[in-house]
Design a protein around this ligand. Structure first.
Ligand code: ARG
Length: 562
């Protein structure tokens, strides 16, 4: 229930709409002042009276009911106290009956949302730069499905370009098949680096690489087989990470998939008079829109990243008839997306407005946190492994007798990586710190998971769930916790609307904090009466359910014990 709206509709002020009043209502920082408050200062001008008077008049005309117990004027504020028992009863009933569907809805009405995320590059190791897109995209995928959309996860593989010609050239020179099979992408990377080093003094290697790339394009069996093998090796490498993070895709149609789908796009651009020649290249001029031109074909007739993205967008519209198509890609590519979205708009595609670049900031590692295997590239697998290892140490220290420590450490370690990447607004750059993400007392998934384990332990000691009733007077700790649980469904909606899974992560921490205040402030198993005990157990069960649902949306599991 939207209490702000409910209250606003019960207040009558000449010339001010209920929406305007609802927008003014706030939650006072001190619950002793009431659950909601209307500051009357902004109304003074319209109503031509002073705020104190307005508050008093509104109080006199307000009729208390089963939802709002009382309205009380205090200076320029009108404070409202909700009927706690009724409200808490509603929330508990809802959570406990809906179970793992609590927070879900059919708001999406089956509409398709394509989500382009992770989109790794072939023959490159999965590095920390692809962490955010992977976990953000996967969270949005789960959130959209939870809200009744039909999410289509697309891994737009980076599998096109002369670099693959270089790789074939390198492999033919120094490649050792068995060695590469054994070491995977790391070995491919080694020969690729070597190729670049040698090409500095042997520029003719560039021509060789171009020729090999052309052969891939022409589907020469030998080159194509090598290219497919590189792809296979890469996918084997990333599959390990996707498994750990529980990330899935419905399509792996990457850049090369569009090789034969670009010509019609170029043709359409030409027909519509949008193509212009510029120094031999074919471009779409975007000067009018304050952007550099979007290059469609290079001088030698080869396509570009943008050309393939345009073909991909058109293909996705035709194939999935999406309601929205999201691109979860770093903000460094802002211009690229703005440009090709604009070109599609100029082509007269009405759905160009449904393309959304969900941009995010950079992730770097705290100085000295890890020595990398090579240079300054930080491999994601190493980060996850190290987090699991550290989680094992932290968990063992906290609870040496814990059973299946490995499983717990995996859930905790992987959770810490995901939560660490999702906790802040996506556009912010983040500095990843092992100690920070694994802190039991911080704003972390470990803290939330530990809270769940605490709730679980209480529930296990209590045994079978009994009937409960909400007592007439609900204490502050209980009420604050219930209010926080109640905001989960609206938070999921907001996360989808703003493409901000961090809102869910933040609510998890808020609920955990409120639960711990309740846990330490109220006796649960040793409550004064059996009725009170059952009510508090119901509140504990509802907390565990809400946190489990919330963490699941982020891709984080909940260990039973910790
Ligand atoms: N492979 C690209 C990269 O690593 C990201 C691709 C994003 N998706 C897209 N449709 N452009 O930078």
């Amino acid at each position: 229930m939207d209490y702000k709206k409910y209250i606003a509709e019960r207040l009558h002020a000449e010339g001010v709409s209920a929406e305007e009043i609802a927008a003014l209502i706030v939650c006072p920082p001190d619950p002793a002042m009431g659950d909601y408050a209307l500051p009357c200062f902004k109304l003074a001008k319209t109503l031509r009276r002073n705020p104190t008077e307005i508050a008093r008049t509104l109080q006199d005309s307000f009729a208390a009911d089963a939802v709002v117990e009382k309205a009380e004027a205090a200076g320029g504020y009108l404070n409202f106290t909700l009927c706690r028992a009724g409200m808490v009863g509603d929330i508990l009933r809802k959570i406990l009956s809906e179970g793992d569907r609590y927070g879900a809805s059919d708001a999406g009405m089956g509409r398709v949302v394509c989500i382009d995320y992770s989109s790794v590059n072939i023959a490159k190791r999965f590095h920390i730069g692809h962490l955010s897109t992977t976990v953000l995209g996967a969270a949005l995928y789960r959130i959209m499905n939870f809200l009744g959309y039909k999410a289509v996860g697309i891994n737009h593989l980076g599998d096109y370009g002369t670099q693959f010609g270089k790789l074939i050239s390198a492999y033919k020179r120094w490649g050792d098949r068995e060695e590469i099979e054994r070491q995977g992408v790391a070995a491919l990377n080694d020969i690729y680096v070597r190729w670049h080093r040698e090409a500095e003094t042997h520029p003719e290697m560039e021509d060789e690489a171009r020729a090999y790339f052309k052969k891939i394009e022409e589907k020469d069996p030998e080159c194509l087989a090598l290219f497919d093998w590189f792809k296979e090796l890469t996918m084997k490498d990333v599959a390990k990470i996707y498994d750990l993070l529980d990330v899935h895709f419905d399509s792996y149609a990457g850049e090369s998939f569009y090789s034969d789908k670009m010509a019609p796009v170029v043709e359409e651009l030409r027909e519509k008079g949008l193509l212009k020649e510029s120094r031999g290249a074919q471009i779409v001029d975007l000067e009018e829109y304050g952007m550099p031109p979007c290059i469609i074909l290079k001088k030698d007739g080869s396509s570009l990243y943008a050309t393939r993205d345009m073909a991909a967008a058109i293909y996705r519209k035709n194939t999935y008839d999406f309601y929205k198509c999201l691109y979860v890609v770093a903000y460094q590519q802002n211009l690229h997306f703005k440009q090709f979205f604009k070109v599609l708009e100029l082509m007269g595609k009405p759905w160009a407005k449904d393309l959304v670049h969900v941009a995010y900031g950079m992730v770097s590692l705290e100085e000295g946190a890890m020595s990398t295997r090579k240079g300054n590239v930080v491999f994601l697998e190493d980060v996850i492994d190290k987090c699991i290892e550290k989680a094992y140490a932290v968990v063992s220290e906290k609870n040496p007798d814990l059973e299946n420590k490995e499983d717990v450490a995996k859930k905790v370690g992987v959770g810490a990586v995901i939560f660490g990447a999702l906790y802040n607004s996506k556009i912010k750059d983040i500095v990843f710190s092992y100690d920070k993400v694994l802190n039991f007392e911080g704003e972390t998934s470990v803290y939330v998971q530990y809270t769940c384990a605490r709730a679980n332990s209480v529930l296990q000691k209590a045994g079978k769930a009994e009937e409960y009733a909400v007592p007439r007077t609900v204490g502050n700790e209980e009420f604050e916790l219930a209010k926080s649980l109640e905001s989960f469904p609206e938070t999921v909606l907001a996360a989808a609307e703003k493409y901000e899974p961090c809102l869910i992560a933040r609510l998890c921490v808020d609920i955990a904090q409120k639960f711990n205040k309740f846990y330490f402030g109220c006796k649960i198993l040793t409550a004064e009466t059996p009725a009170l005990k059952n009510f508090r157990l119901a509140l504990t069960r509802a907390t565990l359910q809400t946190l489990t649902n919330a963490l699941a949306l982020l891709g984080i599991g909940v260990p039973e014990k910790m």
